[in-house]
Design a protein around this ligand. Sequence first.
Ligand SMILES: Nc1ncnc2c1ncn2[C@@H]1O[C@H](COP(=O)(O)OP(=O)(O)OP(=O)(O)O)[C@@H](O)[C@H]1O
Ligand SMILES: [Mg+2]
Length: 188
Amino acid sequence: MEEVPLEAQRSQAPEAESERGAQTRITVDSPRAMQELGRRIAGLLRPGDLVLLTGELGAGKTTLTRGLGEGLGVRGAVTSPTFVIARVHPSLTGGPALVHVDAYRLGGGLEEMEDLDLDVSLPESVVVVEWGDGKVEELSDDRLHVVIARAVGHEEVLDDVREVSVRGVGARWDAGAGLEALAGALSE
Ligand SMILES: Nc1ncnc2c1ncn2[C@@H]1O[C@H](COP(=O)(O)OP(=O)(O)OP(=O)(O)O)[C@@H](O)[C@H]1O
Ligand SMILES: [Mg+2]
């Protein structure tokens, strides 16, 4: 079994006092490691959880969601929902469904999201929203904000390196709820 290195330093929540919460930063150096991080995050998630994914085009939001889907044991391949705004992946194991939303073209935010008429109960699902910042926060007081940034560097080898910040907002994540365990070398 191969080791996937995930380096991390724990850090305090940043600037915004109002959004204080548990936070972990993780360096992810390959698509495989990003997927593995997704599987790890899935292990922390419960029905009703909301995960917001932020990062530029091609940052790795869908790649991470693929790992979430694997970790949750859901049906169907997680792909970029280019022609649909949301896709529901039912659980194969009696757990929560994964609702994968691409809010890129969701101009109106939450209202449109509610209009999507998803054939699923959000409180019983795990909802993951790409490009959801500033649009769907009202869905839940408790949220996991995952921000993916390309590492800044001049070397070509850094092309695959991403700095990922995972921050829990709300009482659900107050005590950390296992976020600190996301870091560290992983063996699959
Ligand atoms: N460390 C890494 N983590 C994730 N993806 C990586 C990494 N290094 C390279 N990649 C590549 O970057 C691309 C990420 O694509 P992905 O669809 O996951 O991004 P996205 O953030 O969902 O983009 P979009 O905003 O278009 O939805 C893939 O082609 C993947 O192979
Ligand atoms: Mg995507």
